[in-house]
Design a protein around this ligand. Structure first.
Ligand SMILES: *Cc1c(COP(=O)(O)O)cnc(C)c1O
Length: 466
């Protein structure tokens, strides 16, 4: 399988190359040159496979000859062996129509583990072959930081530097990062403005003095391998609900459009999907884009679902490219104009292409609270604020009663205990496997957020690669 950039100018790469590159060199995102397709019989044959077996089967056409079948299976076994539930992503039933797919049974309690556990192993495997070294630099205020650190802690050939704004992440989130004491993990608590820190990280990627000395890579830039790994749970859920004979719909709490785009990929591969519901909070650029074709960025409003508080959804470019006729030059022009004006209109072709599969809904704080209460009162399920946004959209979608609607549960409620307690009056407790989080030793360095201090810190500790 070969990978092309959405902006048409970057070199075409195989799976190994696209995984290590992350972002394409022309500023675009990598996508498979064509979608692999499973026949109805092949999908029917997947019923009953274990998660790790199914994962290897779904990923195989994307991986191509970058890994042998045995290597791929062994990586899937290792990645998904670290989940605390035997089903990896168990499916629960709310009522006749509504279902919940729990994606938070990984080490850091958010769905990002599903992709990042695999990505960490892929990095390690590919680097071991080439003898190269990777320096991952990222800024986080949410779930990506902890999931990425857990995925690469102790792995050969990788150092990770993760910046968080000092005093502005939740205790659970901070401790999930700072209690990882592996020698290749560096946690930086940044003084001053977080925006400055994020700008400094971005600048490092384009700074030849840094990127020439270290092979700098991102985990929050949009790596194809992350999406590939997320396709798998659409298959597991749909198979349990009767695929390929019966269609299911999915409601996805959305920020960067990665998770829901994986559902689109599953549909391109032949999985019968009735609808993909893009659920946003009041930061609703995606809802406006899908409903009216108006993709224009405003200012971010902080909400109880912080992982969806976004202005720009990087992965949306993948949908616009694929649904809009896969024209790299046109995509590059459209995105460059957007980068200038922070606004664009979708073309008719993009709108019609997206409308075939996607609908969207926006949930405000009251909608979120109502959905959280319904889950609790009607079904005895405590759900997190992100999942509640998805559940609101699922119930508001008005799909025919015979179509099962699966809401993706993207985080464990104990990750956001204050918001859950405010609505339900109950404080969710951390699962036993992370229960000692608050007694573990923390390690982090306090660093000024300016560029010189940051590059100094990284240069003194990272491993040179070329
Ligand atoms: C990252 C995240 C999201 C948003 O997922 P995208 O792939 O960025 O759309 C939703 N919920 C939680 C809990 C997250 O951590």
């Amino acid at each position: 399988m070969q990978y092309i950039s959405t902006r048409g100018k970057a070199p075409i790469l195989n799976f190994e190359g696209a995984t290590l590159a992350g972002l394409a060199s022309d500023g675009g995102l990598y996508l498979p040159q064509e979608w692999p397709r499973f026949s109805e019989a092949e999908i029917a044959d997947m019923a009953g496979l274990s998660y790790a077996k199914l994962a290897a089967r779904i990923m195989a056409p994307f991986v191509g000859d970058s890994l042998s079948q045995d290597e791929l299976q062994s990586l899937c076994d290792r990645a998904y062996g670290r989940f605390s539930h035997a089903a990896v992503t168990p499916l629960k039933q709310f009522d006749e129509q509504q279902w919940l797919l729990e994606l938070f049974h990984g080490p850091t309690l958010a769905f990002k583990d599903v992709a990042l556990q695999m990505l960490g192993l892929l990095f390690e495997t590919f680097l071991a072959r080439s003898g190269g070294h990777l320096t991952i630099v990222g800024a986080t205020s949410g779930d990506t930081g902890s999931a990425a650190i857990d995925a690469v802690a102790g792995r050969d050939g990788i150092d990770i530097f993760m910046l968080h704004p000092k005093g502005r992440v939740s205790d659970v989130q901070r401790r999930q990062m700072t209690t990882v004491l592996a020698p290749n993990v560096y946690n930086l608590a940044i003084e001053g403005s977080f925006d400055d820190a994020q700008a400094a990280v971005k600048r490092m990627f384009t700074d030849d003095a840094m990127n020439g000395r270290f092979r700098i890579s991102a985990v929050n830039s949009i790596n194809w391998a992350r999406l590939m790994a997320q396709v798998v749970y659409y298959f597991t859920a749909a198979l349990q609900l009767g695929a390929p004979k019966r269609k299911a719909a999915f409601s996805v709490p959305t920020g960067n459009f990665g998770d829901v785009f994986a559902g689109y990929v599953a549909a391109q591969m032949g999985l019968p999907i009735e609808r993909l519901i893009v659920a946003t909070n009041v930061n609703d650029i995606l809802h406006r884009a899908l409903a009216d074709g108006d993709y224009s960025a405003g200012t971010v409003t902080p909400t109880a679902s912080p992982s969806m508080d976004i202005q720009i959804s990087s992965n949306f470019e993948r949908l616009l490219f694929d649904a809009g006729g896969r024209d790299g030059a046109a995509m590059a022009a459209q995105m460059h104009a957007f980068e200038q004006s922070k606004a664009m209109q979708l073309t008719n072709m993009q709108r019609e292409g997206a409308a075939q599969l996607f609908t969207s809904a926006r949930a405000d704080a009251d909608d979120m609270a109502d959905a959280m209460r319904w889950a609790n009162d009607a079904c005895g399920e405590v759900i997190d604020p992100h999942t509640a946004i998805g559940l609101h959209a699922a119930r508001a979608a008005g799909l025919p009663a015979d179509v099962p609607v699966v809401t993706l549960a993207t985080a464990h409620p104990a990750k956001f205990p204050d918001a859950v307690e405010r609505v339900t009056g109950m404080r969710p407790s951390l699962p036993a496997r992370v229960g000692d989080l608050f007694s573990r030793e923390e390690r982090f360095d306090e660093v000024e957020g300016d560029y010189a201090a940051l590059t100094d810190y990284v240069s003194q500790r990272a491993t040179e690669s070329r």
